[in-house]
Ligand binder design. Structure first.
Ligand code: AMP
Length: 184
C-alpha cells in the first residue's frame, strides 16, 4: 500500500475539520485534531505511513515544528529509527544551523541541531514530515536545512497538500514529495 485509494482518502478527509477564517480572515484552517482524537483514523494513517516507508531504508525522520512532530515521532518509532525535530528559532538548546524563509509579511526561521543527522553513514537518509504544505516556504527551508546539516532529504511527506497554492512546485527542486491527501 504505497498510496491510498480514493475511498481511504475520502475516509481520512472526513475526519479533518475546516475552520474558516482562522487564525485570520481568509484562511481556511485544516484542523487535524479531529483526526488525531479518532483512534481508528489516526491508526489507519500511521499504518499507511509505516507501510509506505518501511522499505525506504531511512536513518531519520525530521518533523517540522510543531504538528510534524505528532506524526513524525511515532513513525520513527515504528520504523525503528531516530526522530529529529526541526524547530522554530530559539527553541533548540545546542548549536544550531538556521534557515530563514519569507512569510506573507516578514520572515520566520527554523533551526536544527548541527549534529542532528550524524550517524555511522557518511550521509544519513532523511524523511521530512509535516501536517500540511501551503505555500511551501517552511518545507523548502527545512529541505535546505537537512542538506546543510550533511544529510539527504529523500522525500517530503505531508498529510495535506493545498494544491491550489502550488507549494510543492519549489520543493520538488530539492526532493520528491508525497501527500497523503490533496485538496483543491
Ligand atoms: P507554508 O510554509 O505556507 O507551506 O505553511 C506550512 C505550515 O503552516 C505548516 O506547518 C502548517 O501546519 C501551517 N499551515 C499553513 N496553512 C494552513 C492551513 N490552511 N491549515 C492548517 N495549517 C496550515
Amino acid at each position: 500500500m504505497k498510496e491510498l485509494n480514493n475511498t481511504d482518502r475520502e475516509y481520512l478527509l472526513s475526519t479533518i475539520r475546516d475552520i474558516p477564517d482562522f487564525p485570520k480572515p481568509g484562511i481556511n484552517f485544516k484542523d487535524i485534531t479531529t483526526l488525531l482524537k479518532d483512534k481508528k483514523a489516526f491508526g489507519f494513517l500511521m499504518n499507511h505511513l509505516e507501510e509506505r516507508y518501511k522499505s525506504y531504508n531511512l536513518d531519520f525522520i525530521a518533523g517540522i515544528d510543531s504538528r510534524g512532530f505528532i506524526f513524525g515521532a511515532p513513525l520513527a518509532d515504528r520504523l525503528g529509527i531516530g526522530f529529529v525535530p526541526i524547530r522554530k528559532h530559539g527553541k533548540l538548546p545546542y548549536t544550531t544551523i538556521g534557515e530563514k524563509y519569507a512569510l506573507e509579511y516578514g520572515f520566520d526561521e527554523i533551526e536544527v541541531h548541527i549534529d542532528a543527522f550524524k550517524c555511522e553513514k557518511a550521509k544519513a537518509k532523511v524523511l521530512m514530515i509535516d501536517d500540511l504544505i501551503a505555500t511551501g516556504g517552511t518545507a523548502f527551508a527545512a529541505a535546505n536545512l537537512i542538506n546543510q546539516a550533511g544529510a539527504e532529504c529523500v522525500e517530503a511527506c505531508f498529510l495535506i497538500n493545498l494544491i491550489f497554492l502550488q507549494g510543492d512546485v519549489k520543493i520538488k527542486e530539492r526532493t520528491t514529495v508525497y501527500s497523503v491527501l490533496e485538496i483543491d
